[in-house]
Ligand binder design. Structure first.
Ligand code: MG
Length: 264
């Protein structure tokens, strides 16, 4: 889930808090990975949401999104032209080729994990969808690589936007990444586009959710008037969303939401 406005400054988490945040983020990444394994054509998005709720509870956590400002789902499920904040529905049946953004937030032992990915149902994306997914993943990697202690926060958005512009796609501007750790949304905001530096330097102990939302067409979006949540591209083009939580260090940021590989 991504954030709109408001700005304090930033939070540096002490090591004891980082340990809890690391655990919540790891669990959140594992739940997201399990959902990407289970998604298949013919499933409703409501079933996917219920499955996510079961996985979250089985880990001893609770959804960080459910009831957040009244959000009715366990996770956000955003299909095709839906950018973020989609809600699982009994009448939305997933079909092969659908692009599905899955955004999972888990509260566990006083900490919060938040991570998202986009999957193509059935695993065979159309050419433009494949290019959009690849570019957005690459922009997230670039944003994470830029997030080094001592640099200005704005290097992250600049790195993301540079990749997306070169690929010929558009970065959503109405929603941004955020600090995360003890609460779902903490300062600072983390834009996915170039901004004037605000004098916030990246410091070891900061935890940021970096989450580019990228449209195949223009950057403008609309919010569903009926459910008050679902964000769609204004021009009906496809959209993708990837998100990792990272811990800022003196050097390369540590990605906290990657599930363990079998070799680890
Ligand atoms: Mg988020």
């Amino acid at each position: 889930m991504s954030k709109g406005s408001r700005e304090a400054r930033f939070i540096v988490h002490p090591p004891a808090a980082v340990a809890h945040i690391r655990e919540a983020a790891r669990v959140t990444g594992e739940i997201l990975a399990e959902l990407t394994r289970q998604i298949q054509p013919g499933m409703t998005t409501l079933l996917l949401d219920q499955l996510a709720g079961q996985l979250i509870r089985r880990c001893g956590g609770e959804s960080a999104f459910f009831n957040y400002h009244g959000f009715p789902g366990q996770i956000c499920i955003s299909v095709n032209d839906e950018v973020v904040h989609g809600i699982g529905r009994a009448d939305r049946v997933l079909m092969a080729g659908d692009l599905v953004g899955l955004d999972v937030g888990v509260r566990l032992k006083g900490a919060v994990g938040d991570t998202a990915t986009t999957v193509c149902v059935g695993g065979r994306p159309a050419p433009v969808a494949a290019r959009l997914m690849e570019a957005t993943r690459r922009s997230l990697d670039a944003g994470i690589a830029a997030a080094r202690g001592g640099d200005d926060l704005s290097v992250i958005g600049k790195a993301i936007e540079t990749v997306i512009k070169a690929a010929g796609f558009s970065v959503v501007r109405d929603f941004v990444g955020h600090g995360c750790g003890r609460e779902l949304h903490e300062p600072p905001e983390v834009p996915n586009f170039t901004t004037t530096p605000r004098g916030i330097l990246l410091r070891p102990g900061m935890v940021l959710a970096i989450e580019p939302m990228v449209n195949a067409g223009g950057w403008r979006v609309t919010v569903d008037k009926h459910d008050g949540w679902t964000v769609r591209t204004a021009d009906g083009s496809l959209s993708t969303h990837y998100e990792h939580m990272v811990l800022i260090t003196q050097g390369e940021a540590e990605v906290l939401t990657c599930p363990k590989t079998p070799s680890e």
